[in-house]
Design a binder for this molecule. Structure first.
Ligand SMILES: *[C@@H]1O[C@H](CO)[C@@H](O)[C@H](O)[C@H]1NC(C)=O
Ligand SMILES: *[C@@H]1O[C@H](CO)[C@@H](O)[C@H](O)[C@H]1NC(C)=O
Ligand SMILES: *[C@@H]1O[C@H](CO)[C@@H](O)[C@H](O)[C@H]1NC(C)=O
Ligand SMILES: *[C@@H]1O[C@H](CO)[C@@H](O)[C@H](O)[C@H]1NC(C)=O
Ligand SMILES: *[C@@H]1O[C@H](CO)[C@@H](O)[C@H](O)[C@H]1NC(C)=O
Length: 496
């Protein structure tokens, strides 16, 4: 503050002669104030009027919204032809045939991008500078991402918080090439991880499925996903990307209101997919990320299971009706899906046709004992069959670490009426505190395609019953201490 200002603010003492002039001035000012106040009152009235108008307008909007989504929901109906294509990773040396491998579909999807690539991933380990026979597919996808950045495509990666600097190598290389990468601190916000895996190109085409952005998932792990050619579905997936993005940028739970959907279990979208008008919607977990009109993953799974009339076929890496405490807290029984499976298979007897359930989980070096227990338990029921899928090691081990490879990592369900492709395993934690996305549809071509994949695997040399797994892989037989959950680990795991 300068000195002149200080001086002008010093108190002034009025002389007698100045008194009359001051009075006159005061009256003029008072009149002025009254006039101004009138205007102010008018302004206040006008403002109140405006607020009333806005409230009325808002209730009309809310009402129409309610009419639209509530009792008589307005369906999203799209006649423009869209497509769903199954893509798989069949690992090296596994003799199963598939039409399109994940890495080829990804390279094509990424190369097709003109303006945008919106990616959600758990982690990214695609790149490796050395030419490696067992890893080359990952590098091919990474090069496609660099090509996209090179031609000016906006690449936005929403990733689960990396587990240390070695998990930041790919992200930093992409950042240097112009990509935006946002970490979502899922563990601190929701006590889980961002486990979702999808790639959206130009808000029009997308991949959604089990494959991580990892060289393993593109060559040494069995995976399944769908390529979705549908702007309606791709945009809906985009709102889920926005939720991750907002969560990551703000490091706070996202505001879900503007990220809502119009397609749900109650009101599926009606889309032309593979030449058939199909019911379709995307569901998410965990519950805090489920916006008002979206369906949660667990609700979708239960509804799909209970909707079956003849068959339910489930392929997930892990299945267990348990919220795992991961050793630091007790496990908690979570019967939501287990109950649906038991209900649909057991209760419809007598005069009603019986629904047969087939569950295929994975047996590998990292099988959680609780998965074995859940599989063995369900296998005891009359209308439930269980097999465990096992992928043998490569004949010649690769000359670098190959932990977390050679496993069936696919996650999908196919019934006689519906198909579900998801990014989540079926342990309760995936539904409760971990981010995942699922596509649910009655599209007959996807349903038939998934059924063919399931039957191919179920009847393959890689699928074993629980007793067969015990006999073939577990040295000295298998005993489960149900109170303690001890389980044969890799030390007494017979190698082939
Ligand atoms: C390449 O892969 C090998 C084996 O996984 C790893 O040891 C090495 O650090 C990787 N190199 C780069 C540059 O990522
Ligand atoms: C994000 O917020 C959570 C909860 O407030 C906090 O525990 C965590 O440290 C924050 N993470 C980052 C990366 O700032
Ligand atoms: C699984 O464990 C066995 C026994 O420890 C080991 O020989 C094998 O290489 C492991 N497989 C993979 C893919 O890590
Ligand atoms: C849907 O149609 C496309 C194009 O004809 C085809 O490539 C794809 O395999 C079909 N999807 C399924 C699940 O059969
Ligand atoms: C659980 O298993 C461990 C390791 O085999 C054993 O030392 C312990 O006594 C067992 N606890 C119970 C309650 O059976």
């Amino acid at each position: 503050m300068d000195d002149s200002l200080l001086a002008s603010s010093a108190p002034r003492v009025a002389t007698r002669a100045q008194g009359g002039v001051m009075m006159e001035k005061l009256i003029v000012r008072l009149k002025d104030e009254i006039r101004k106040n009138k205007i102010r009152n008018l302004l206040i009235l006008f403002a109140l009027f405006l607020i009333c108008c806005l409230l009325a307008l808002d209730s009309v909007v809310i009402l129409s919204h309610w009419i639209h989504f509530g009792s008589k929901p307005g369906r999203v109906t799209v006649d423009t032809p869209g497509f769903l294509t199954i893509v798989e990773t069949i690992p090296d040396e596994v003799e199963l045939t598939t039409a399109i491998q994940t890495w080829e579909a990804w390279v094509e999807l990424i190369d097709s991008a003109v303006t945008n690539l919106d990616i959600a991933c758990f982690y990214m380990t695609l790149h490796n500078t050395t030419e490696r026979p067992g890893q080359a597919n990952g590098e091919a996808v990474f090069q496609a991402l660099l090509r996209a950045l090179d031609r000016g495509v906006v690449v936005r990666v929403a990733a689960s918080m990396p587990n240390g600097p070695s998990y930041e190598i790919d992200y930093n290389l992409l950042r240097n090439a112009g990509a935006e990468v946002v970490y979502v601190d899922f563990h601190n916000l929701y006590n889980g991880v961002l486990h979702t895996k999808f790639i959206i190109a130009d808000h029009e085409r997308a991949y959604l499925g089990s494959a991580n952005m990892d060289w393993r998932s593109l060559q040494q792990v069995k995976e399944l996903g769908v390529i979705v050619y549908s702007p309606t579905l791709a945009k809906d997936l985009g709102t889920i990307h926005e939720i991750y993005w907002e969560t990551g940028v703000r490091n706070a739970t996202a505001t879900l209101k503007h990220l809502d959907t119009r397609m749900s279990l109650e009101t599926p979208g009606s889309l032309n997919l593979n030449h058939t008008t199909s019911d379709v919607f995307l569901t998410v977990s965990p519950p805090p990320m489920v916006s008002t009109h979206r369906t949660g993953d667990a609700d979708a799974m239960v509804a799909t299971i209970l909707d079956a009339k003849k068959t339910v076929c489930i392929n997930v890496m892990d299945y267990a009706p348990v919220i795992s405490g991961f050793g630091s807290a007790p496990n908690v029984y979570w019967p939501v899906i287990e109950d649906a499976i038991r209900r649909v298979s057991a209760l419809q007897t007598g005069a009603y046709p019986t629904v047969g359930v087939r569950l295929m989980v994975s047996f590998w070096n990292n099988t959680n004992p609780i998965v074995f227990e859940a599989a063995a338990t369900l296998a005891m029921y009359q209308n439930i069959e269980v097999r465990m899928f096992h992928i043998p090691d490569l004949k010649e081990p690769l000359p670098f670490p190959t932990d977390h490879t050679r496993v069936n990592h696919a996650k999908y369900m196919v019934t006689d009426r519906k198909a579900v492709v998801t990014t989540s395993n079926w342990e309760a934690n995936y539904f409760i505190d971990t981010a995942g996305v699922s596509l649910v549809t009655d599209n007959p071509e996807l349903r038939a395609g998934l059924q063919a994949v399931f039957d191919r695997d179920w009847d393959s040399e890689f699928a074993y019953t629980v007793p067969e797994v015990m006999e073939k892989f577990v040295v000295g037989g298998w005993t489960v201490d149900f109170a303690n959950m001890t389980y044969p680990n890799s030390n007494n795991y017979r190698t082939h």
